[in-house]
Design a protein around this ligand. Sequence first.
Ligand code: GDG
Length: 725
Amino acid sequence: MAKTIIVSNRLPVRVEGNAQDGLKFVPSEGGLATGLGSVYQEGENIWIGWTGYHPKSIQEEYEILDYLKKENMRPVSLTSEDVKLYYEGFSNTILWPNFHYFPQYIEYKDEYWESYQEVNKKFCSELLKYISEEDTIWVHDYQLLLLPQMIRDIFPKISIGFFNHIPFPSYEMFRLLPWRKQLLNGLLGADLIGFHTYDDMRHFLSSVSRLAARSVKEQHVQNGERIVLVDSFPMGIDYQKYATSAASPDTIAQEVLFRTSLQGKRVILSIDRLDYSKGIPQRLKAFELFLEKYPEYLNIISLVLLVVPSRGNVEKYQELKQEIDLLVGRINGRYAMMDWTPIHYFYRSLPLTKLSALYRIAEVGLVTPMRDGMNLVCKEFIASKLDKSGVLILSEMAGSAKELSDAILINPNDVNQIIEAIHQALTMPREEQIQRNEIMQKSLQRYNVHHWVKVFMNNLKKIKKEQKALEIRQLDESGVQLLLDDYEASQQRLIFLDYDGTLKTFYKEPNDAFPDEELLVMLEKLASDSRNHVVIISGRGRDPLEEWLGHLAISMICEHGVWLRAKGKDWKKLRDVDDHWKKEIYPVLDSYVSRTPGSFIETKDYSLVWHFRRVELGLGELRSRELTSHLKYMARDRHLQVLEGDMVVEIKNFEVNKGVAARKWIKKYPADFHLAIGDDWTDEDTFGAMPPDSFTIKVGVQNSRARFNVDSVDDVRALLEKIVK
Ligand code: GDG
């Protein structure tokens, strides 16, 4: 039976052990574990990952395995060396700082990279013990970026989803990594790649198109025969869990204890894992300056600072811990009174009851990361506010700021803004607090972690369906055989071939478009069969095609059908076409050339083309969108059509198109076999003009009117080779 396998660096359980008490299994309370509980605890489904513990004996190993089996989990065993190089090294000293925009903290080391590859392979080998082609695999986070392609190499058709829990940096940051291409290629093994925010997704797509040489259309990446969907799925929390915990008698009893100790002081709450991305020192400095600027809050307000130990073996984290210790000491030393501690500092993890009690007590949640993929603490704070009071101050740099726009949003680098935000929060009227929190609670209730899992899984199913639909149309061996049989059995054949992108690959320099020897020989062979009538049907102007192919016994249709040349005859115009508009449109295109270095205008007899294939990536696309909307407006009352092609914008008379020309040809030259091959959307008109039962083939894995799809020019050439044999 098909099953779902979750894979992440850590399992949702922590194993602890000491000689006296033996092993202890501590289930994770994290949002991911809860959200995915409904997945991995079902039937045959499993979760694969590391336990965080190195077993000391075979007995321990068995004990762990036994426990995990009962919980639908399977361990990946990592050595201390793996943890040092793959986890603390590559994951947390290279990827983490890069993805969080701290390039100065990166230590580029080849041994880290070596280990990262090895450990990703280890995860893959562990998976292979359980996996089959009909399963669904959901890989989590930046420690396993190479895993999707490793699985794909063995199971080409399997469903693979990937979710990145941390930000994806802009191309400018990502490209610093020496292994950037391998990382992207690894990820593109997935069918669905998810991020928390639209910006992360946009950054990823920009890196893919610039660094991985894949074509990107909106949210789809063309990866060989497979399309990969990229989307944003902002992760939610288990809302009910936090709301219920906040209402529980244990939590309320704990709250009473805390309040007694605090002696009526008001509370600002700060909770994070120890991490430089969370902006803890900056927050402490802002709190100190707040007390300096608003001394009326001395002896009134306390900051409860909960820092959960994390990555203690990484140097930067040890330095950060020292910095926080010093800052807390300094501020408390400066301001503390016998009956007031400005900062209550806890460097440990607290049980959920205490956490919920803190969420309840706090009037202000101060969440000011320098960068955060999402940040769940701020969502939990809001969910725990059963009476809807309390104010959230939230950094714009957290993914959650996109959803929680009713919080007081701040830039964590602007210390004055944080100071004023604290003041605003402490003086905010209760009605306003309720109004803001009500909106946020509604949204968090709806977009909870279960919703997140459901939407991600549905999208994975959707993209697999789309892939299947395209696969069915893929010209496979039986399709080729059908074509060859019909070809053999026919007496008169009409063969329409587009040129650029169909017979010749996309080119950067104009000279690259010349037909190569192999192509010329093939066209010659094709044309030499007296039953074949070969027609090159192209958007190009007459001159280049005449020069390159004029010596062959073929027909040509140029400029999308303005000019026709039946084999052995002279060029003819399809009809008289007006070209006065060119004088008006040319200056418009020229103004875009002036603003866009690398672009140029091609003048054909009855159309104008603005080329941007040599323009800086991104700028060309931006200008082409601008130009297209500019031209569409002008085209309306001039009966012109604006075509967006591959790195070109073309403007031509509306009544001229490949379909009209193809229809004329079909009528004039009756045949019992029709073949049309093309790659862009101007070829859709040709496909539409073909009689039923024709063989129409679209180059590229996209939807089309054509009956079949092939991937590339190489496939077209291979097909034509078979035909002429
Ligand atoms: C990564 C991304 C993204 C904290 N202290 C205690 C405790 N916690 C729990 C919180 C919260 C979780 O830890 C922290 O989650 P965050 O989302 O805030 O941050 P990261 O750990 O950095 O998580 C982040 C997340 O992945 C999910 O995709 O949002 O951006 O960096 O749930 O409640 N829990 C308990 N005691 C504590 O003392 N029980």
